[in-house]
Design a protein around this ligand. Structure first.
Ligand code: PPS
Length: 384
């Protein structure tokens, strides 16, 4: 008879006890192997027990490095009179990360709470109109910042509406609200979606503003978002390492970062598409605001060119510190004060360096180069 003890979800040590009537442990030997499959390192341990007839109880402990998680493939057979027994422990650590509960609707992974299949389908089937302005991003790439910039340009630097009003009313997040909300809006309708190209409602005269962000910083921002909004993602006990495994496999809300970007990439120079990056916006907010205004219409651009007070007001209102101070994120809040979400968290470029291990950097970089092969996408983030 024998058993093993799992110390916690992440197995740091395994302890086995063997109680054998006549034969007892004489020696233990380890065999250790490594292999790489799809760039993921697997380790396997083989433990050979040799039994001898002098002791009644045998126990041993296998120390594991703290960062290793594993699935144990223990062969639960009787000793069968043999004096040598091989236990195989398969370290499948990279496959045992904590997952985010998701289900797939219209090919997109969505959380099992708050986001409903009905609203997603309703968003997808919304009929775009010529006066519509869509703000389209993969999550955590600067959507909210762009929503406020667009709204501020159209409303000439008015005080910031609340976060909830912005996402439910002024620039409704269609996958959350459903497409019906847009039917009641007056043009120009500002609409937020995180949809890939083929699922975004299209009209040849509608405008599409795209913001992309370095996948590395996006991953970190997305991790905090997913972990903090407990009643949507149910990932509060997930670590960054867990999230990284989900992110690199596209097992996150909206799927693979690069699939989204690649779906829009061939359209980035279409006349009704404005493509920018979070990094460009950080580098020169004034240029960004002026460029967005120009894209929205010459009248908006001329207004800002001629009235610097409005331009300055917009820049001040949409500055990170101001938005962080004035806006409170409540969406999906269930009254649990523990769940207070610091939505405007860091707002930095390059924060990933404090979070990624060397191996994670290497793997995401390789994933990026493979997924974007034949495109200039890596040129967007040359210093990665
Ligand atoms: S969401 O939930 O997908 O809509 O999130 P999204 O708005 O796309 O991204 C959130 C990140 O954008 C940062 N943010 C800003 N950065 C600079 N300036 C301004 N004004 C601004 N507003 C939002 C926000 O802090 C999130 O990034 P991180 O890295 O988590 O701080």
């Amino acid at each position: 008879m024998w058993s093993y003890v799992r110390t916690n979800t992440r197995i740091q040590s395994l302890s086995f006890s063997l109680s054998v009537d006549q034969c007892h442990l004489a020696s233990i030997s380890f065999q250790f192997a490594r292999c790489f499959i799809d760039d993921i390192q697997y380790k396997s341990y083989e433990i050979v027990l040799e039994l001898c007839p002098t002791k009644q109880v045998v126990s041993f402990l296998i120390e594991r490095s703290p960062d290793v998680t594993c699935i144990i493939d223990l062969v639960k057979e009787e000793m069968g009179g043999k004096n040598t027994k091989t236990f195989k422990i398969q370290d499948d650590s990279k496959n045992t990360y904590r997952k985010i509960p998701l289900h797939t609707v219209e090919g997109l992974p969505i959380p099992t709470s708050i986001f409903t299949p009905e609203n997603l389908r309703s968003a997808i089937s919304y009929k775009a109109r010529p006066e519509d302005v869509f703000i389209v991003t993969y999550p955590k790439c600067g959507t909210t910042w762009m929503q406020y910039i667009v709204w501020e340009i159209i409303n000439e630097g008015a005080p910031l509406p609340s976060f909830d009003d912005m996402n439910m009313k002024y620039t409704p997040f269609l996958e959350l609200t459903g497409g019906e909300v847009a039917e009641t809006m007056k043009p120009p309708r500002l609409l937020k979606v995180h949809l890939p190209y083929h699922l975004t409602p299209h009209h040849p005269d509608a405008k599409y503003i795209l913001v992309a962000r370095s996948p590395f910083d996006c991953c970190v921002s997305f991790y905090h978002h997913t972990k903090k909004i407990k009643n949507c993602y149910h990932f509060e006990d997930g670590t960054f390492d867990d999230f990284f495994e989900c992110f690199i496999r596209g097992e996150v809300h909206y799927g693979d970062f690069f699939d989204h970007l690649l779906s829009w990439w061939p359209h980035r120079q279409d006349p009704n598409v404005f493509f920018t990056t979070y990094e460009e916006m950080k580098l020169n907010p004034e240029n960004s605001v002026m460029n967005v205004a120009k894209f929205l219409g010459n009248n908006y651009w001329e207004k800002l060119r001629d009235d610097k007070d409005i331009l300055n007001k917009i820049l001040e209102n949409t500055g990170f510190n101001n938005m962080k101070e004035k806006l409170q994120y409540n969406i999906g809040h269930d009254g649990d004060s523990d769940q207070k979400v610091e939505f405007f968290r860091k707002g930095q470029v390059g924060e990933w360096k404090e979070n990624f291990s060397d191996e994670q950097y290497r793997r995401l970089k390789k994933h990026m180069m493979q997924k974007t092969e034949g495109t200039d996408i890596p040129q967007l983030w040359k210093d990665l």
